[in-house]
Write a protein that binds this ligand. Structure first.
Ligand SMILES: [Zn+2]
Length: 395
């Protein structure tokens, strides 16, 4: 059949909003002059911004234009991938990604080609997860090592405040009795809070135990600081690194909110202590003008083992973080079929997608296919595993 033959074109381009991309187009059936037409079509599309290239819009516009140019096409496919500025590899990522690590050369940076330096904690070996499973009374069935990105932000908040405090004072009446009277007083002061905050750099809440991961990173930041990764070190682990989807400025906003809340609490404590009796029964903040100063920020990849283990009473699951594989969450027995099905689904998803990636490598397919499949596999596993954990009793 003639429509089995397709015309294909690829161009390297920079989108209007500055992203380094490859655009490719496939149209059927092949016909004289179509590949040249597709190439000029792609250069036209590249004048758009990245979000305008996603979805059906670009494809429909391409169909219309090709027909205007006199081509009878049944179907057009447009794909957009990122282009590593160092080795020019084509990398397929979800549109939300703000930083990625190139699995071919280890370059780390944003889709605009600006390098970003990344830190990481070393992972625990799989033997540590096996020991953990034994300690939990079972044996390890499966384990998947992921690196979860977190923004770690050191910040200081200072605030001038005014508050009205309410307190009770004991008064002796002329008759010698003690009476309590309620008094109010306006107080003011300046307070400061300094802390290290970690924010998981993923948009979807698919990650199991995200808040615990943040707390772990906040403690570990000082106790055992992470190391900067060289490109050579980043390259082999790139396929298991979840790409950050939350940008630096968005993470700083989250941290500012947290510190503003913390400094407000500190202001209330401070106001309470200004009561003449030493104890205020009520504090009402009138004015608070917090100023948050960011002292340091870094993108840190935290090793995260997602595992399942089996005991005589059934299949369990857990997650362990950091160089020591400290458990952050381990699950009670999966008593219902549904949850077990979710987890089996998770592992099946990662196995199937992994197998597909392998098939592409062996079949000599496009070099970007394995990565695309690998990343989808990770997401699917996390999503499904997240669902399995949700209704679980956590031990
Ligand atoms: Zn590269």
């Amino acid at each position: 059949m003639q429509s089995d033959h397709a015309a294909v074109a690829n161009v390297a381009a920079t989108t209007r909003d500055g992203r380094l991309v490859y655009l490719s187009a496939t149209a059927r059936p092949a016909q004289p002059g179509l590949e040249e037409a597709l190439t000029s079509l792609l250069y036209r599309l590249a004048e758009r911004s990245y979000p305008e290239l996603l979805g059906d819009r670009a494809r429909l516009d391409a169909m219309r234009l090709l027909r205007e140019w006199g081509f009878q096409v049944e179907d057009v496919e447009i794909t957009v991938s990122y282009r590593c500025p160092q080795c020019a590899a084509s990398i397929l990522l979800s549109p939300e990604v703000v930083v990625y690590v190139c699995p071919y050369c280890g370059w780390a940076g944003d889709p605009f080609g600006r390098p970003v330096s990344i830190l990481a904690w070393p992972p625990a070996p799989q033997s540590a997860v096996e020991r953990l499973a034994r300690r939990l009374g079972g044996s390890l069935v499966s384990a998947q090592l992921l690196y979860v990105p977190l923004w770690v932000v050191e910040a200081r908040a200072t605030a001038y405040y005014t508050a009205v405090i309410t307190y009770t004072e004991a008064r002796r009446t002329p008759g010698g009795q003690v009476r309590y009277v309620t008094r109010r007083k306006r107080v003011s002061g300046t307070v400061a809070v300094q802390s290290t905050e970690a924010v998981v750099a993923r948009l979807n809440a698919e990650l199991f135990g995200a808040r615990r991961l943040e707390e772990w990173a906040e403690r570990a930041w000082r106790a055992r600081p992470p190391r900067q990764l060289t490109a050579e070190e980043a390259k082999p682990i790139a396929p298991s690194m979840l790409a950050p989807e939350l940008g630096e400025s968005a993470a700083v906003e989250v941290v500012k909110d947290r510190l503003e809340n913390a400094v407000a609490d500190r202001a209330r404590e401070d106001a309470r202590l200004r009561s003449p009796t030493g104890v205020a029964v009520d504090v009402s903040l009138e004015r608070l003008s917090p100023r948050v100063e960011v002292l340091r920020r870094a993108l840190v990849f935290t090793p995260y083992w997602l595992f399942t283990y089996r005991t005589p009473s059934g299949l369990f699951s857990g997650a362990a973080i950091g160089p020591d594989a400290a458990t952050i969450q381990a699950e009670a027995p999966m008593s219902n079929v549904e949850r077990a099905a979710w987890l089996v689904g998770a592992w099946a998803a990662s196995l199937v997608l992994g197998a597909l990636a392998q098939a592409f490598v062996e079949g000599g397919g496009s070099p970007l296919a394995p990565i695309a499949f690998a990343l989808l596999g990770i997401s699917a596993s996390l999503l499904l595993a997240g669902n399995a954990f949700k209704p679980a009793k956590v031990v």
